[in-house]
Design a protein around this ligand. Sequence first.
Ligand SMILES: [Zn+2]
Length: 386
Amino acid sequence: MSRYRVEPTPAQEAVLLRHCADARFMWNLAVEQQSHWRPGRQPAPGFVEQCRQLTAARQANPWLAGGSHMVQQQALRDFAQAMRNFFRGTHRKPRWRKVGRDEGFRIVAVRPEHVRRLNRHHAVVLVPKCGWVKFRLSRPVPDAVKSFRIARHAAGRWHVAFAHIPEPLSGPGTGEVAGIDRGVRVTLAVSDGTMFQAPAPRPVARLQRKLSRAKRGSNRRRKLQRQLARAHARNADARRDWAEKTSTIIARRYDLIRIEDLNIRGMTRSAKGTADAPGQNVRQKAGLNRAILGSAWGLVATRLERKAAGRVQKVNPAYTSQTCSQCMTRDRQARESQAVFRCRACGYCGNADVNAARNIAAGHAVTARGRSPLGRRMNREPQLSP
Ligand SMILES: [Zn+2]
C-alpha cells in the first residue's frame, strides 16, 4: 500500500464525508444482519444477496440512492472479506463502526487515466461524485493501480492508499542465505551482522497524561485528542515507511531469506489469557507486546513475503537464542545479557541477536517441507555457511 496525503477542497470534503457515511452505514447494516444469526438459523445473507437487497433499498430510499452505489457495494464486499478473515481465524470479528473512527471507503475499477500528475509535488485522482481530488505526490504512484481507499484519520487528515501488488524483486543470484532475528532491542539482526533499527516512536505519554487531566467536553480536551491522534499517526507513518524500505533492501540483498515462524497475533493475544486460565504477568507482557508491535516486525515480514515471493522460509524459532551458532551447544546461560552471547563449550562470543540470526539462517528446523528454492534439500543436517 502506498499512502498519500489528500488535500480536498471544502466542497470535496463534504462529498468524501458522505461517502464515508455511506460506507459506514452499509457496514453497520451488515454487522447487524450478522448479529441476528444464531446456531440453527438460516445463514445471514452473503455478499450476493446483500447486493440484491442494496439495489432494492436504493429504489425505495432516496437518501440511499443519493450516495455512490460503488462505495456502498464495496463496503459490503469489504465486510464479506472481513467475515472470511474472521472464519479463518486471522482477524477479529468485524465490529460496529462509529462516526469519526475507521472512516473510509473504497473505489474500484480504477483506470490509468483516473490518476494524473499535476507537477512535481501534486497529482489528482478521480473520485466518483467528487471529481478530481488533489493529493501530495510524496513518491511515485505505482503502475497498474486497480483500486484505492480514501480514509479520514481521527486527526482530520485524509489519505489515499493505492492497492497494487508489488512486482516481486529478484535477489543477487549469489545463493546468499540470510537469517533474520526479530528482536526487541535491535529491530532486525541479519546473520551477516547487518542490523536494522526501526525509528523510535516519538513519545506520547506526556500528551496522554495531559489528556487524562483535561476536563471532559472542554476545548482543551478536543485539542489534545487531535494532537495525540496526530502523534500516533506520525509514528505509524514512520514505521510503515521504514518497513517498506527495509524489506526492499533485504529482498534485493539476499537470495534466500529465513525468518522466525512467529505468530505475532497469537503472542499478543495470549497475554490476556482466558477465563479458565487468566494470563500471568499480564502487565509485564503488555509492555513487551507494545514493544513488539512497535518495532514493526510484522510489517517487514508481510512485505518480504510479497517482495521476495518464494524466497522466504519460516523457521521454528525454538532455542535459536540459546544455541551456539558455532558448535550447536544449547545452553540457557550462554545468553550473558540481552546483547551478548558467550558459548561456554567452544568460547564463541558475539552479538546475541546475530547469533540467533545465524541459527535461523542455518535453518535448524525449517517448517516448510521439501526442497529449498535454491535447489538444496532442506531436511538435511543443519550446516552453517562459512
Ligand atoms: Zn559454541
